[in-house]
Design a protein around this ligand. Structure first.
Ligand SMILES: [Zn+2]
Length: 422
């Protein structure tokens, strides 16, 4: 009997964790964090008989709890791509630094991610214990991201992780023509949304920047440090803007760039990315920030929703001049300053409310497939698999299950800690 247990990411985004057990062996896929106060993790599992852990990608909702598990057993192996290993270490360190000691592990435990990692390439099959066999496929979500295909006692289970079926200027799209599977555990982040064609969003972004430059304004692009910032760099390089205008990058993105330059095999066009890294100016301190705004530059800075990072410092410098533009490029979670800016053209920081004179734009460069992309990709997987829908708001999980039902497929939305025989 093979059992699949959902430790988290059920009707929510956060604390991903999936446990597969067969006889007295088991295998874990992802072990993430949910950002709340205090941060939440999947429940602790027994590491007796655990044959290893696979990590789909570096984002903390998939990786943030790993040090906690790895401290349990120093022989435990973590399987992920080398890019994911390096990005994960960087992100967990950053989370630890801002957590004020509320993490259930010590700072030194973060080193276990590197120490216990067995770097695994896409399409490479790894046998584990008596019953398991694991293969990673490109997921197209961020550099190094993977889908995890697990074979256990003849049953093939696919964990999609977060995926994007279409290519971007940074990532090649998720692997097409996936092999036969009996069970698919899929994300559903944007199961209720449609994205415009990528090229159109890129062109709109370029148009916004050129228009702002022509009227002698500065452009602030608040963006996630991993993935989104590098995608914007590649777009600006591809459309020739890195040669025309002063472009700046701030925050953790610099370290992410260093990591990705070392792992060019996970980038759509390493040449474009490296040229962008060479041409873009790195911000080192507050003096550089003031200079970048004065120079009427294009400034890429975390965080993506104007919360944390240096983006709120730039916001204060650019918000009151109608020649400037603020360009949001990711989904803005309700309640964040970014969402407030989009809805009301004002932002509240502490007790102060800033009315925004700058232009505000929204060019959403999604790193997830939209409803059509999700459905098309899932329906193409041969073997008429049974789908388990996770990693989405409750309504999104139900919406994807409904769409799959309409196509005559079997789909279930699991609850936390629910187990199924597969
Ligand atoms: Zn992700």
């Amino acid at each position: 009997m093979t059992q699949l247990t959902f430790l988290g990411s059920c009707r929510e985004i956060g604390r991903s964790g999936f446990l597969v057990e067969h006889e007295n062996e088991s295998f874990l896929v992802d072990y993430g964090t949910k950002f709340q106060d205090p941060p939440a993790f999947p429940r602790m599992i027994s590491t007796d008989g655990l044959q290893g852990i696979a990590l789909t990608h570096a984002h903390l909702d998939h990786s943030g709890g790993l040090p906690r598990i790895l401290t349990e057993d120093s022989d435990l192996s973590l399987f992920c791509t080398p890019a994911t290993r390096d990005l994960t270490t960087l992100l967990i360190r950053d989370m630890y630094n801002i957590s004020h000691g509320r993490m259930p592990f010590a700072r030194t435990d973060i080193n276990l991610v590197r120490r216990q990692c067995e770097p695994t390439r896409y399409e490479e099959t790894v046998p584990l214990g008596r019953s398991f066999e694991m293969t990673l496929f490109n997921a197209g979500h961020i550099p190094g991201s993977a889908m995890v295909s697990l074979r256990v006692n003849g049953t093939r289970i696919l964990f999609t992780g977060d995926f994007n079926a279409i290519e971007s200027q940074l990532n090649p799209g998720a692997r097409n023509n996936l092999p036969k599977h009996d069970v698919v555990v899929t994300e559903s982040t944007y199961a209720r949304r449609r994205n415009p064609p990528r090229e159109q969003i890129e062109q709109d972004l370029i148009h916004t920047i050129e228009m702002t430059m022509e009227r002698d304004g500065a452009v602030l692009i608040p963006a996630f440090a991993v993935g989104r910032s590098q995608e914007i760099m590649c777009i600006l390089e591809r459309y020739g803007l890195t040669k025309k205008y002063p472009i700046y990058i701030d925050g953790m993105s610099r370290k992410v760039n260093d990591i990705l330059v070392r792992h060019p095999e996970y980038i759509m066009s390493p040449h474009t990315f490296e040229r962008a890294v060479e041409r873009i100016n790195v911000i080192h301190d507050h003096r550089d920030r003031v200079r970048a705004v004065k120079n009427r530059g294009v400034i890429i800075s975390p965080a993506g929703m104007l919360k944390g990072g240096a983006s709120h410092l730039y916001f204060k410098m650019v918000h009151d001049d109608p020649r400037n533009s603020i360009v949001l490029v990711s989904f803005q979670i309700p309640g964040t300053p970014g969402a407030e800016l989009l809805a009301h053209r004002k932002v509240t920081v502490g007790k102060r409310t800033f009315n925004v004179e700058a232009d505000v734009f929204y060019h959403h460069l999604s790193s997830h497939s939209d409803s059509k992309g999700l459905l098309d990709h899932l329906l193409k997987i041969p073997g008429d698999p049974l789908f388990y829908i996770v990693h989405g708001e409750s309504e999104s999980c139900d919406a994807l299950a409904e769409m799959l039902h309409e196509h005559g497929r079997k789909a279930v939305v699991p609850e936390v800690d629910e187990s199924f025989e597969v």
